[in-house]
Design a protein around this ligand. Structure first.
Ligand code: 6PG
Length: 237
């Protein structure tokens, strides 16, 4: 379904993983074919895990891919909450991305502002492909509702805090997200249906639903996450 937003693909739950992996593989190959490289930012959280495992089995020119991260928790790479650690276990250790092409945010540094500046130095002017998940509260990366980082205009990376837990994080800013050439949002599960509806609704604010920053992206959903969407266009199952 193409909306005035972006492209919304809705898949049966057991088809989401191959469909998402194929879409990511196509986007990476397209970038490499057109520019000789792909600057790919990976999403954190749990949704991408099986998608990364499937992606690892596809024919992707990994030697031309540079890997970044949409956000990172303030933990070391071996910590179970590390988004880098998750990506390494599910994807990076299975594919031949040159180690020097993996740009890990140093979110474990005590000085998170310094870590943000260091990571920003490694980022390209614009990412080629940015993968994002969606939080039940409508956050993407670590851009949470009401966050002052939503008003950040200058930088591409900022330190932030997760609500409730207060967990320290680094996140791409709205500017970095807007500059990305291709954004793919990966959403699975009925618990995300309300957030999907708010993100893609005609009315609403980014402050209350940061995912509205990427309403015009490619959304790859399972039917459970799409339950509250009025899907009028063709559904791709
Ligand atoms: C993170 C992610 C975050 C995640 C969503 C969805 O570091 O947690 O960047 O934005 O993508 O919270 O997480 P799940 O896929 O685990 O539901």
């Amino acid at each position: 379904m193409s909306t005035e937003a972006g492209l919304v693909e809705v898949h049966a739950p057991d088809s989401l993983v191959p469909a998402a992996a194929d879409a990511i593989g196509d986007a990476v190959r397209d970038a490499v074919e057109s520019t000789g490289r792909c600057r790919l930012a990976l999403a954190g959280g749990t949704t991408p895990r099986p998608i990364y495992a499937e992606l690892a089995g596809l024919d992707v020119p990994w030697e031309h891919v540079h890997v970044y991260f949409g956000d990172e928790r303030a933990v070391g790479p071996a910590h179970p909450r590390s988004n880098y650690g998750t990506a390494f276990r599910w994807l990076l250790r299975h594919v031949p991305v040159p180690p020097q092409h993996v740009h890990r945010p140093r979110a474990e540094w005590a000085d998170l502002a310094r870590a943000a500046r260091a990571y920003e130095e490694e980022l390209p002017d614009a990412l080629d492909v940015l993968l994002l998940g969606l939080g039940v509260d409508g956050h993407v990366a670590s851009l949470f509702p009401g966050s002052p980082v939503l008003a950040e205009e200058g930088h591409l990376v900022a330190p932030t805090l997760a609500p409730v837990s207060g967990e320290r994080r680094l996140t791409l800013t709205p500017k970095a997200i807007r500059l990305a050439h291709e954004v793919i949002v990966l959403v699975r599960g009925a618990d995300k249906a309300q957030a999907v509806r708010h993100a893609l609704a005609v009315d609403g604010s980014v402050d209350s639903c940061p995912a509205r920053l990427v309403a015009d992206a490619t959304w790859i959903l399972d039917t459970d996450a799409a339950t509250l969407l009025e899907v009028t266009g063709p559904r791709r199952e």
